[in-house]
Write a new protein. Structure first.
Lengths: 168, 168
């Protein structure tokens, strides 16, 4: 059981059982962060300027959706990714920017394991599919996402004896 | 026809005909950019450190997939988004990180219009679905993505007469 792990041990594939949930955030979104990200990656006026944001359908200085996605990644990192044997992700299955993320908003949410299965192409690694839901301080859903992460399995005693086994 | 527009006129919904393609990049990916993005949004070792990257299944200091996605957005901005009457995007329909993006790689590709249709909920705005393909300098596909963008329609002479029409 996960509760019996040594505190220093990282989470492995086996720890990500379907239904398990991890808290994300809180993350306060600062004006200068919105502008900095937009200047580098998405320099549209509504992401750079308060007045332009108010004049747009977003209704205020709004984070680029790609910035919201990157903030989601950071919240995942701080919640469980950095504490797990993660080997990266093959992509994003779903990313919905449901409402604008405005300067001064506070984001929080959770990642829930949808499914977990061993990878056929990479022995010793499993793939875990998550659903991520992020809300603002008014409990409005601002971002809904799903993606899959490759996570190493816990080493077993047999692994030491089978180290010469060819990989598939 | 698009070719008859005045040069100063921005692209509108009508200009994004299915099949039309826009060049993306080139974009040289620098070591310090990879580390800077990862430090803020995805501080996993393979995105922060050359040796850790080589030891990972990515094979070298590799950009976070979320960084690759953000670089795709910037290439879209420089290619056509900033030159069009864009009103933002509701999300990402597909994002596949097919191969690692390593320090020193040069990215380029194209966005192709898959479909374009008027939005029922927002008169005067259409939604354009793109497929984005990004390759490295070896012509390997590193990122395949699809997303939809809201783009304003070209104002018509009737708009001036119908400005009191209630919006649906």
């Amino acid at each position: 059981m996960a509760e019996e792990r040594m505190p220093a041990e990282k989470l492995s594939f086996e720890d990500f059982e379907p239904g398990r949930s991890f808290a994300l955030g809180p993350k306060l979104v600062l004006t200068e962060e919105i502008i900095e990200f937009a200047s580098e990656f998405d320099p549209q006026p509504m992401h750079l300027d308060e007045a332009a944001g108010r004049a747009s359908i977003l209704g205020g200085l709004a984070a680029s959706g790609w910035h919201t996605s990157a903030m989601l990644m950071r919240m995942m990192a701080d919640s469980y990714v950095l504490n797990a044997l993660c080997e990266g992700a093959p992509g994003i299955d779903l990313m919905e920017w449901r409402k604008p993320v405005l300067a001064g908003d506070t984001l929080q949410g959770h990642s829930t394991v949808l499914e977990a299965r061993p990878m056929r192409s990479r022995p010793g690694i499993g793939i875990v599919k998550f659903r991520h839901a992020v809300e603002n301080q008014r409990r409005e859903l601002v971002c809904l996402s799903e993606n899959s992460v490759m996570i190493r399995m816990r080493p077993t005693p047999e692994d030491a004896n089978m180290s010469s086994e060819p990989s598939a």
